[in-house]
Design a protein around this ligand. Structure first.
Ligand code: SF4
Ligand code: SF4
Ligand SMILES: [Zn+2]
Length: 279
């Protein structure tokens, strides 16, 4: 059972691709477990196998397959199974664990770039997140024909299955300007994130969230000991993630929580079994 008792989550920013949360009442192992689960356990779709029918370009088949694998694909976690969990138990896969995409392109007149938008998917919901990802350049007369199979997978097996391009956390800063401060303004000038501001004869904290805890303001303070203290809250974190657009950011978070919950339940069951065996 997870030991965290009361967790408060505040959404600081959210759009279709990014989310930034303020999480209170947790510790480093919790936020790091959440981050690692998002990166390595939340599945998404990626091209995993390519059958090359014709390739007269200058790139080898393997390089083209690698490039195709790294194109993020829109993912539908409710309609597809992970290959290892699919009832078909087939190495080749079935329509519940595999999506076929085809590419049939030729540079007829002049050199041209082939883009991700030219991949044709059997499922219009499972397509590249952008049509503008370059795959290859073809010179006049060169052709590329292939069939590609996309499957769900996890980031722990290959980075192409990571649903995020960024997932980080940082401590929530705590800044205190002491009464002995003479408002010389040196800390304001040195702060690279414009966290502090000087108003009349006072130093104010204007943008606390932007503080990186670099301590430059403390080091520059001419007073000894410094008239400014920069610390962090022990149980509060700013958690940020940027989706590749394979899945909405909120779905990535809820999937990660579900996975963590399942893993802890399994762990608890195993401990019970171990204890039972010993007694
Ligand atoms: S550098 Fe020190 S004394 Fe100067 S304004 Fe900042 S906190 Fe106050
Ligand atoms: S610790 Fe660094 S970022 Fe934070 S207020 Fe001081 S100088 Fe600015
Ligand atoms: Zn299957």
């Amino acid at each position: 059972m997870w030991s965290v008792e009361i967790v408060e989550v505040e959404v600081l920013e959210k759009d279709e691709r990014n989310v930034r949360l303020l999480i209170r009442g947790v510790d480093v192992p919790f936020v790091n477990a959440l981050r690692r689960t998002i990166i390595s356990e939340v599945p998404c779709m990626a091209i995993d196998e390519v059958v090359m029918i014709e390739n007269s370009s200058i790139l080898q088949d393997e390089i083209i397959a690698l490039r195709l694998g790294l194109i993020p694909l829109k993912t539908d976690l409710d309609s597809y199974n992970l290959p290892q969990e699919c009832p078909c138990k087939s190495e080749f896969g079935c329509n519940l664990c595999r999506v076929t995409l085809t590419l049939d392109v030729e540079a007829k007149e002049e050199t041209r770039t082939v883009y991700s938008g030219e991949l044709k998917s059997e499922n219009p919901e499972i397509v590249p997140v952008s049509d503008k990802i370059p795959i290859i350049k073809l010179a006049r007369g060169q052709k590329l024909r292939l069939e590609a199979y996309a499957r769900l997978g996890k980031g722990k097996n290959h980075a192409k299955w990571q649903p995020v391009s960024m997932c980080t956390y940082k401590y929530f800063p705590k800044i205190e300007v002491l009464s002995k401060c003479d408002a010389c303004g040196k800390c304001v000038e040195i702060c690279p994130r414009k966290v502090l501001a000087k108003t009349e004869n006072k130093i104010e904290v204007r943008n606390l969230m932007a503080c990186t805890l670099c301590q430059d303001c403390v080091e520059v303070c001419p007073q000894n000991p410094p008239a400014i203290k920069v610390e962090h809250e022990e149980d509060t974190f700013i958690f940020s993630l940027e989706s590749t657009n394979a899945l909405p950011p909120e779905r990535i978070l809820t999937e990660a929580i579900k996975i963590l919950d399942k893993q802890f339940n399994e762990f608890e069951e195993q401990i019970k079994v171990e204890k039972g065996e010993e007694s």
